[in-house]
Ligand binder design. Structure first.
Ligand code: BJ8
Length: 422
Protein backbone atom coordinates (compact mmCIF):
# COMPACT_ATOMS: atom_id res chain seq x y z
CA UNK A 1 0.00 0.00 0.00
CA UNK A 2 1.11 3.57 -0.62
CA UNK A 3 2.29 5.66 2.26
CA UNK A 4 -0.09 8.58 2.38
CA UNK A 5 1.12 9.95 5.69
CA UNK A 6 3.22 12.75 4.17
CA UNK A 7 0.17 13.85 2.17
CA UNK A 8 -2.07 13.75 5.24
CA UNK A 9 0.51 15.67 7.21
CA UNK A 10 0.79 18.34 4.54
CA UNK A 11 -3.01 18.70 4.65
CA UNK A 12 -2.74 19.53 8.34
CA UNK A 13 -4.52 16.41 9.56
CA UNK A 14 -4.24 15.43 13.19
CA UNK A 15 -2.49 12.14 12.40
CA UNK A 16 -3.21 10.55 15.74
CA UNK A 17 -6.93 11.26 15.61
CA UNK A 18 -6.94 10.27 11.96
CA UNK A 19 -5.35 6.92 12.81
CA UNK A 20 -8.18 6.33 15.24
CA UNK A 21 -10.70 7.01 12.50
CA UNK A 22 -8.96 4.57 10.20
CA UNK A 23 -9.03 2.00 12.94
CA UNK A 24 -12.81 2.18 12.90
CA UNK A 25 -13.78 2.36 9.23
CA UNK A 26 -11.96 -0.62 7.63
CA UNK A 27 -12.99 -3.14 10.35
CA UNK A 28 -16.58 -1.86 10.26
CA UNK A 29 -16.54 -2.22 6.49
CA UNK A 30 -15.15 -5.74 6.73
CA UNK A 31 -17.85 -6.78 9.13
CA UNK A 32 -20.75 -5.09 7.38
CA UNK A 33 -19.77 -5.66 3.77
CA UNK A 34 -17.26 -8.40 3.17
CA UNK A 35 -19.30 -11.10 4.87
CA UNK A 36 -22.29 -10.73 2.57
CA UNK A 37 -23.05 -13.72 0.37
CA UNK A 38 -23.46 -13.63 -3.43
CA UNK A 39 -21.98 -10.19 -3.88
CA UNK A 40 -21.66 -9.10 -7.51
CA UNK A 41 -18.06 -9.40 -8.74
CA UNK A 42 -18.14 -5.80 -9.97
CA UNK A 43 -18.45 -4.58 -6.37
CA UNK A 44 -14.69 -5.00 -6.34
CA UNK A 45 -14.22 -1.46 -7.64
CA UNK A 46 -16.38 0.06 -4.88
CA UNK A 47 -14.61 -2.00 -2.21
CA UNK A 48 -11.35 -0.68 -3.61
CA UNK A 49 -12.62 2.91 -3.40
CA UNK A 50 -13.43 2.37 0.27
CA UNK A 51 -10.09 0.72 0.95
CA UNK A 52 -8.52 3.87 -0.53
CA UNK A 53 -11.01 6.22 1.09
CA UNK A 54 -8.39 8.66 2.34
CA UNK A 55 -5.74 7.70 -0.20
CA UNK A 56 -6.09 7.68 -3.95
CA UNK A 57 -9.03 10.04 -4.29
CA UNK A 58 -7.35 12.57 -2.00
CA UNK A 59 -4.23 12.28 -4.10
CA UNK A 60 -6.32 13.07 -7.17
CA UNK A 61 -7.78 16.11 -5.46
CA UNK A 62 -4.29 17.28 -4.55
CA UNK A 63 -3.10 16.84 -8.13
CA UNK A 64 -6.09 18.85 -9.31
CA UNK A 65 -5.20 21.59 -6.86
CA UNK A 66 -1.56 21.53 -7.92
CA UNK A 67 -2.77 22.31 -11.44
CA UNK A 68 -4.60 25.34 -10.05
CA UNK A 69 -8.02 23.67 -9.72
CA UNK A 70 -10.41 24.24 -6.84
CA UNK A 71 -12.18 21.73 -4.62
CA UNK A 72 -15.62 22.64 -3.32
CA UNK A 73 -17.35 20.75 -0.52
CA UNK A 74 -21.09 20.34 -0.03
CA UNK A 75 -23.37 18.87 2.63
CA UNK A 76 -26.59 18.84 0.73
CA UNK A 77 -27.77 17.54 -2.61
CA UNK A 78 -29.21 20.99 -3.34
CA UNK A 79 -25.75 22.24 -4.29
CA UNK A 80 -25.64 22.17 -8.11
CA UNK A 81 -22.43 20.23 -8.75
CA UNK A 82 -22.78 20.84 -12.50
CA UNK A 83 -21.86 24.49 -11.96
CA UNK A 84 -18.75 23.63 -9.93
CA UNK A 85 -17.74 21.23 -12.67
CA UNK A 86 -18.43 23.72 -15.46
CA UNK A 87 -16.07 26.15 -13.73
CA UNK A 88 -13.33 23.52 -13.71
CA UNK A 89 -13.75 22.67 -10.03
CA UNK A 90 -14.36 19.35 -8.30
CA UNK A 91 -17.37 19.07 -6.03
CA UNK A 92 -17.16 16.58 -3.16
CA UNK A 93 -19.91 15.56 -0.80
CA UNK A 94 -18.59 15.75 2.74
CA UNK A 95 -19.98 12.72 4.43
CA UNK A 96 -20.23 13.34 8.17
CA UNK A 97 -21.50 9.88 8.96
CA UNK A 98 -19.39 9.14 12.03
CA UNK A 99 -19.22 10.28 15.63
CA UNK A 100 -15.89 12.01 15.72
CA UNK A 101 -14.44 15.10 17.37
CA UNK A 102 -17.58 15.27 19.51
CA UNK A 103 -15.84 17.06 22.37
CA UNK A 104 -14.53 19.74 20.04
CA UNK A 105 -17.86 20.09 18.28
CA UNK A 106 -19.66 20.52 21.59
CA UNK A 107 -17.48 23.51 22.36
CA UNK A 108 -19.22 25.44 19.60
CA UNK A 109 -22.55 23.61 19.25
CA UNK A 110 -25.28 22.57 21.67
CA UNK A 111 -25.12 18.96 22.85
CA UNK A 112 -28.58 18.13 21.59
CA UNK A 113 -28.25 18.66 17.89
CA UNK A 114 -28.46 16.42 14.84
CA UNK A 115 -25.44 14.07 14.72
CA UNK A 116 -24.77 14.98 11.10
CA UNK A 117 -24.22 18.62 12.07
CA UNK A 118 -22.17 17.67 15.10
CA UNK A 119 -20.15 15.33 12.94
CA UNK A 120 -19.22 17.91 10.31
CA UNK A 121 -18.15 20.35 12.96
CA UNK A 122 -16.19 17.62 14.73
CA UNK A 123 -14.49 16.56 11.51
CA UNK A 124 -13.44 20.14 10.81
CA UNK A 125 -12.35 21.10 14.31
CA UNK A 126 -10.64 17.76 14.84
CA UNK A 127 -8.75 17.94 11.51
CA UNK A 128 -9.52 14.32 10.68
CA UNK A 129 -11.10 14.45 7.24
CA UNK A 130 -8.74 14.85 4.28
CA UNK A 131 -11.70 15.72 2.02
CA UNK A 132 -12.68 18.58 4.27
CA UNK A 133 -9.06 19.72 4.50
CA UNK A 134 -8.80 19.62 0.71
CA UNK A 135 -11.76 21.96 0.27
CA UNK A 136 -11.03 25.52 -0.79
CA UNK A 137 -14.64 26.41 -0.11
CA UNK A 138 -17.76 24.85 1.34
CA UNK A 139 -21.22 25.56 -0.01
CA UNK A 140 -23.88 25.75 2.67
CA UNK A 141 -27.64 26.04 2.37
CA UNK A 142 -30.56 27.30 4.41
CA UNK A 143 -32.34 23.95 4.55
CA UNK A 144 -32.76 23.13 8.24
CA UNK A 145 -32.14 25.56 11.10
CA UNK A 146 -29.31 23.59 12.65
CA UNK A 147 -27.25 23.43 9.47
CA UNK A 148 -28.06 26.98 8.49
CA UNK A 149 -26.74 28.37 11.76
CA UNK A 150 -23.80 25.95 11.98
CA UNK A 151 -22.51 27.26 8.65
CA UNK A 152 -21.97 30.66 10.29
CA UNK A 153 -19.61 28.95 12.73
CA UNK A 154 -17.99 26.80 10.07
CA UNK A 155 -17.18 29.98 8.16
CA UNK A 156 -14.64 30.78 10.90
CA UNK A 157 -12.60 27.80 9.72
CA UNK A 158 -13.19 27.55 5.96
CA UNK A 159 -14.83 29.98 3.51
CA UNK A 160 -18.52 29.16 3.22
CA UNK A 161 -20.77 30.32 0.40
CA UNK A 162 -24.43 30.17 1.39
CA UNK A 163 -27.28 29.38 -0.98
CA UNK A 164 -30.77 30.27 0.13
CA UNK A 165 -32.96 27.24 -0.42
CA UNK A 166 -36.61 28.22 -0.11
CA UNK A 167 -39.03 26.49 2.27
CA UNK A 168 -41.95 26.41 -0.15
CA UNK A 169 -42.35 25.86 -3.88
CA UNK A 170 -44.55 28.73 -5.04
CA UNK A 171 -43.68 30.86 -8.09
CA UNK A 172 -41.93 33.46 -5.93
CA UNK A 173 -39.90 30.71 -4.25
CA UNK A 174 -38.92 29.36 -7.64
CA UNK A 175 -37.78 32.82 -8.67
CA UNK A 176 -35.70 33.16 -5.50
CA UNK A 177 -34.05 29.79 -6.03
CA UNK A 178 -33.40 30.52 -9.69
CA UNK A 179 -31.58 33.71 -8.69
CA UNK A 180 -29.54 31.76 -6.13
CA UNK A 181 -28.47 29.28 -8.81
CA UNK A 182 -27.58 32.16 -11.16
CA UNK A 183 -25.53 33.84 -8.43
CA UNK A 184 -23.76 30.57 -7.79
CA UNK A 185 -22.53 30.60 -11.41
CA UNK A 186 -20.96 34.02 -10.85
CA UNK A 187 -19.58 32.96 -7.48
CA UNK A 188 -17.90 29.91 -9.00
CA UNK A 189 -16.50 31.96 -11.89
CA UNK A 190 -14.93 34.42 -9.50
CA UNK A 191 -13.71 31.74 -7.16
CA UNK A 192 -12.08 29.54 -9.80
CA UNK A 193 -11.06 32.29 -12.22
CA UNK A 194 -12.71 30.31 -15.03
CA UNK A 195 -15.74 31.37 -17.04
CA UNK A 196 -18.77 29.13 -17.03
CA UNK A 197 -19.71 28.97 -20.69
CA UNK A 198 -22.66 27.48 -22.49
CA UNK A 199 -20.36 24.72 -23.72
CA UNK A 200 -18.73 23.93 -20.37
CA UNK A 201 -22.07 23.88 -18.60
CA UNK A 202 -23.60 21.72 -21.30
CA UNK A 203 -20.85 19.15 -20.87
CA UNK A 204 -21.10 19.26 -17.08
CA UNK A 205 -24.87 18.77 -17.23
CA UNK A 206 -24.42 15.79 -19.55
CA UNK A 207 -21.73 14.25 -17.33
CA UNK A 208 -23.70 14.56 -14.11
CA UNK A 209 -26.88 13.41 -15.86
CA UNK A 210 -24.87 10.37 -16.95
CA UNK A 211 -24.07 9.63 -13.33
CA UNK A 212 -27.69 10.07 -12.28
CA UNK A 213 -28.94 7.89 -15.14
CA UNK A 214 -26.65 4.99 -14.31
CA UNK A 215 -27.80 5.15 -10.68
CA UNK A 216 -31.40 5.13 -11.91
CA UNK A 217 -30.57 2.06 -14.01
CA UNK A 218 -29.23 0.34 -10.90
CA UNK A 219 -32.39 1.27 -9.00
CA UNK A 220 -34.55 -0.10 -11.80
CA UNK A 221 -32.77 -3.47 -11.61
CA UNK A 222 -33.61 -3.72 -7.93
CA UNK A 223 -37.31 -3.91 -8.78
CA UNK A 224 -36.75 -7.52 -9.81
CA UNK A 225 -37.55 -10.50 -7.60
CA UNK A 226 -35.13 -11.76 -6.40
CA UNK A 227 -33.21 -8.51 -5.99
CA UNK A 228 -29.87 -8.88 -7.80
CA UNK A 229 -27.93 -6.74 -5.31
CA UNK A 230 -28.18 -6.00 -1.60
CA UNK A 231 -29.37 -2.70 -0.22
CA UNK A 232 -26.09 -2.29 1.62
CA UNK A 233 -24.09 -2.55 -1.58
CA UNK A 234 -26.46 -0.17 -3.34
CA UNK A 235 -26.15 2.34 -0.52
CA UNK A 236 -22.38 2.11 -0.71
CA UNK A 237 -22.50 2.97 -4.41
CA UNK A 238 -24.85 5.89 -3.72
CA UNK A 239 -22.48 7.15 -1.03
CA UNK A 240 -19.45 6.88 -3.30
CA UNK A 241 -21.33 8.79 -6.03
CA UNK A 242 -20.95 11.89 -3.87
CA UNK A 243 -17.19 12.13 -4.12
CA UNK A 244 -15.73 9.85 -6.77
CA UNK A 245 -14.53 10.98 -10.18
CA UNK A 246 -17.73 11.36 -12.21
CA UNK A 247 -16.74 9.60 -15.45
CA UNK A 248 -14.97 6.72 -13.75
CA UNK A 249 -17.85 6.21 -11.35
CA UNK A 250 -20.39 6.19 -14.18
CA UNK A 251 -18.35 3.65 -16.14
CA UNK A 252 -17.88 1.32 -13.20
CA UNK A 253 -21.52 1.49 -12.18
CA UNK A 254 -22.54 0.70 -15.76
CA UNK A 255 -20.34 -2.41 -15.66
CA UNK A 256 -21.99 -3.46 -12.43
CA UNK A 257 -25.42 -2.96 -14.00
CA UNK A 258 -24.39 -5.21 -16.92
CA UNK A 259 -23.55 -7.92 -14.41
CA UNK A 260 -26.85 -7.38 -12.57
CA UNK A 261 -28.78 -7.63 -15.83
CA UNK A 262 -27.19 -11.02 -16.36
CA UNK A 263 -28.23 -12.02 -12.84
CA UNK A 264 -31.78 -10.95 -13.54
CA UNK A 265 -31.79 -13.01 -16.74
CA UNK A 266 -30.69 -16.10 -14.85
CA UNK A 267 -32.86 -15.42 -11.82
CA UNK A 268 -29.88 -15.09 -9.47
CA UNK A 269 -30.47 -13.08 -6.32
CA UNK A 270 -28.61 -11.98 -3.22
CA UNK A 271 -30.97 -13.31 -0.61
CA UNK A 272 -33.08 -16.29 0.39
CA UNK A 273 -36.19 -16.85 -1.72
CA UNK A 274 -39.17 -15.05 -0.23
CA UNK A 275 -37.11 -12.53 1.75
CA UNK A 276 -39.06 -9.45 2.81
CA UNK A 277 -38.55 -6.41 0.59
CA UNK A 278 -38.03 -3.17 2.49
CA UNK A 279 -37.73 0.50 1.51
CA UNK A 280 -35.81 2.82 3.80
CA UNK A 281 -36.80 6.46 3.91
CA UNK A 282 -35.60 9.47 5.87
CA UNK A 283 -32.44 11.42 6.56
CA UNK A 284 -29.26 10.83 4.55
CA UNK A 285 -26.97 7.93 5.49
CA UNK A 286 -23.43 9.12 4.96
CA UNK A 287 -20.27 6.98 5.02
CA UNK A 288 -19.69 5.06 7.30
CA UNK A 289 -23.26 5.06 8.60
CA UNK A 290 -24.42 1.58 7.61
CA UNK A 291 -25.98 0.73 10.94
CA UNK A 292 -29.69 0.39 10.17
CA UNK A 293 -29.27 -1.19 6.69
CA UNK A 294 -26.93 -3.74 8.26
CA UNK A 295 -29.48 -4.63 10.95
CA UNK A 296 -32.28 -4.87 8.37
CA UNK A 297 -30.35 -7.12 6.01
CA UNK A 298 -28.84 -9.29 8.71
CA UNK A 299 -32.40 -9.92 9.93
CA UNK A 300 -33.27 -11.68 6.68
CA UNK A 301 -34.83 -8.86 4.65
CA UNK A 302 -33.51 -7.09 1.57
CA UNK A 303 -33.63 -3.33 1.06
CA UNK A 304 -34.87 -2.60 -2.44
CA UNK A 305 -34.77 1.22 -2.44
CA UNK A 306 -33.56 4.19 -0.42
CA UNK A 307 -35.88 7.19 -0.36
CA UNK A 308 -32.93 9.19 0.94
CA UNK A 309 -30.55 11.88 -0.28
CA UNK A 310 -27.96 9.10 -0.39
CA UNK A 311 -30.40 7.33 -2.68
CA UNK A 312 -33.30 8.15 -4.96
CA UNK A 313 -33.54 11.84 -4.08
CA UNK A 314 -30.07 12.30 -5.51
CA UNK A 315 -30.66 10.76 -8.92
CA UNK A 316 -34.36 10.46 -9.66
CA UNK A 317 -34.51 13.58 -11.84
CA UNK A 318 -32.10 14.79 -14.49
CA UNK A 319 -31.46 18.30 -15.81
CA UNK A 320 -33.05 19.10 -19.19
CA UNK A 321 -30.27 19.22 -21.76
CA UNK A 322 -32.04 21.33 -24.38
CA UNK A 323 -31.14 24.81 -23.08
CA UNK A 324 -30.10 27.13 -25.95
CA UNK A 325 -28.06 29.48 -23.85
CA UNK A 326 -26.62 29.80 -20.38
CA UNK A 327 -29.76 31.39 -18.95
CA UNK A 328 -31.92 28.50 -20.13
CA UNK A 329 -29.42 26.07 -18.66
CA UNK A 330 -29.71 27.89 -15.34
CA UNK A 331 -33.52 27.61 -15.63
CA UNK A 332 -33.20 23.87 -16.17
CA UNK A 333 -30.81 23.44 -13.24
CA UNK A 334 -33.01 25.47 -10.90
CA UNK A 335 -36.03 23.44 -11.90
CA UNK A 336 -34.37 20.07 -11.43
CA UNK A 337 -33.00 20.93 -8.01
CA UNK A 338 -36.25 22.40 -6.72
CA UNK A 339 -37.95 19.10 -7.54
CA UNK A 340 -36.06 17.50 -4.61
CA UNK A 341 -38.65 16.66 -1.97
CA UNK A 342 -36.65 17.24 1.19
CA UNK A 343 -38.62 17.47 4.44
CA UNK A 344 -37.36 21.04 4.81
CA UNK A 345 -40.22 22.03 2.45
CA UNK A 346 -43.77 22.67 3.46
CA UNK A 347 -46.07 21.22 2.38
CA UNK A 348 -44.18 18.20 1.09
CA UNK A 349 -46.88 15.89 -0.21
CA UNK A 350 -44.70 14.93 -3.18
CA UNK A 351 -42.59 12.87 -0.80
CA UNK A 352 -45.43 10.94 0.79
CA UNK A 353 -47.07 10.37 -2.62
CA UNK A 354 -43.78 9.10 -3.93
CA UNK A 355 -43.44 6.63 -1.06
CA UNK A 356 -46.78 5.11 -1.94
CA UNK A 357 -45.72 4.82 -5.55
CA UNK A 358 -42.32 3.33 -4.64
CA UNK A 359 -43.90 0.71 -2.40
CA UNK A 360 -45.92 -0.50 -5.36
CA UNK A 361 -43.18 -0.27 -8.00
CA UNK A 362 -40.60 -2.03 -5.88
CA UNK A 363 -43.12 -4.56 -4.52
CA UNK A 364 -42.13 -3.62 -0.98
CA UNK A 365 -43.56 -5.40 2.04
CA UNK A 366 -42.92 -2.44 4.33
CA UNK A 367 -41.17 0.88 4.82
CA UNK A 368 -38.72 1.78 7.57
CA UNK A 369 -38.62 5.50 8.25
CA UNK A 370 -35.25 6.25 9.73
CA UNK A 371 -34.39 9.68 11.03
CA UNK A 372 -31.35 11.03 12.77
CA UNK A 373 -32.02 12.21 16.31
CA UNK A 374 -33.01 15.88 16.70
CA UNK A 375 -33.84 16.24 13.01
CA UNK A 376 -37.05 18.22 13.27
CA UNK A 377 -37.95 18.22 9.56
CA UNK A 378 -37.92 14.44 9.19
CA UNK A 379 -39.10 13.52 12.68
CA UNK A 380 -42.12 15.78 12.36
CA UNK A 381 -42.82 14.80 8.76
CA UNK A 382 -42.85 11.16 9.86
CA UNK A 383 -46.36 11.91 11.09
CA UNK A 384 -47.49 12.79 7.54
CA UNK A 385 -45.71 9.72 6.20
CA UNK A 386 -47.50 7.52 8.73
CA UNK A 387 -50.89 9.03 7.89
CA UNK A 388 -50.55 8.57 4.14
CA UNK A 389 -49.07 5.08 4.34
CA UNK A 390 -51.85 4.00 6.70
CA UNK A 391 -54.42 5.17 4.15
CA UNK A 392 -52.76 2.87 1.64
CA UNK A 393 -52.25 -0.04 4.04
CA UNK A 394 -48.49 0.08 3.73
CA UNK A 395 -46.78 -1.10 6.94
CA UNK A 396 -44.38 1.39 8.48
CA UNK A 397 -41.79 1.31 11.24
CA UNK A 398 -40.46 4.61 12.58
CA UNK A 399 -36.92 4.77 13.92
CA UNK A 400 -34.92 7.61 15.46
CA UNK A 401 -31.23 6.98 15.93
CA UNK A 402 -27.73 8.46 15.85
CA UNK A 403 -24.20 7.38 14.95
CA UNK A 404 -23.56 5.45 18.18
CA UNK A 405 -23.84 1.68 18.37
CA UNK A 406 -25.49 1.59 21.82
CA UNK A 407 -29.00 1.20 20.44
CA UNK A 408 -28.14 -1.56 17.94
CA UNK A 409 -29.60 -4.36 20.06
CA UNK A 410 -32.81 -2.48 20.71
CA UNK A 411 -33.16 -1.55 17.04
CA UNK A 412 -32.65 -5.15 16.01
CA UNK A 413 -35.42 -6.26 18.37
CA UNK A 414 -37.84 -3.67 17.00
CA UNK A 415 -36.96 -4.40 13.38
CA UNK A 416 -37.35 -8.15 13.87
CA UNK A 417 -40.72 -7.61 15.57
CA UNK A 418 -41.79 -5.48 12.60
CA UNK A 419 -40.74 -8.22 10.17
CA UNK A 420 -42.72 -10.83 12.09
CA UNK A 421 -45.80 -8.71 11.70
CA UNK A 422 -45.44 -8.46 7.90
S1 BJ8 B 1 -31.96 17.81 0.60
S2 BJ8 B 1 -32.29 15.90 3.63
S3 BJ8 B 1 -29.11 16.62 2.18
S4 BJ8 B 1 -31.10 19.19 3.73
S5 BJ8 B 1 -30.55 15.25 9.24
S6 BJ8 B 1 -28.73 18.28 8.88
S7 BJ8 B 1 -32.16 18.05 7.75
S8 BJ8 B 1 -31.33 18.11 11.20
S9 BJ8 B 1 -29.44 16.55 5.86
FE1 BJ8 B 1 -30.45 17.09 4.00
FE2 BJ8 B 1 -30.23 18.50 1.80
FE3 BJ8 B 1 -32.62 17.93 2.76
FE4 BJ8 B 1 -31.17 16.05 1.69
FE5 BJ8 B 1 -30.79 19.03 9.25
FE6 BJ8 B 1 -32.12 16.78 9.57
FE7 BJ8 B 1 -29.64 16.92 10.37
FE8 BJ8 B 1 -30.22 16.97 7.78
Amino acid sequence: ANDYRPMWESLGLDLEAHDQLLQVIPPAFGEVYMQQKNRPAEMEYFDFVISEIHGLRIQELQEHKARGGKVVGAFCIFVPEEIVRAAGGICVGLCSGAEIGTAQAEKVLPRNICPLIKSFMGFKLGHVCPYFESCDMVVGETTCDGKKKAFEILNDYVPVHMMETPQMKREKDKALWRSEVRDFVTEMEQFTGNNVTYESLKRAIQDVNGKRKVLARLAELRKNIPAPISGKDSLLIEQIAMYDDVDRFTGQTAKLCDELEERVRTGAGVHEPGALRIIVSGTPMAVPNWKVPHIIESSGAVIVAEELCTGLRYFENTVAEDGHDLEQQVDALAKRYLDIDCACFTPNAARTDKLVQLAEEYKADGIIHCSLAFCDPYLVEANRVEKVLKEHNIPLLRIETDYGQEDSGQLKTRIEAFFEML
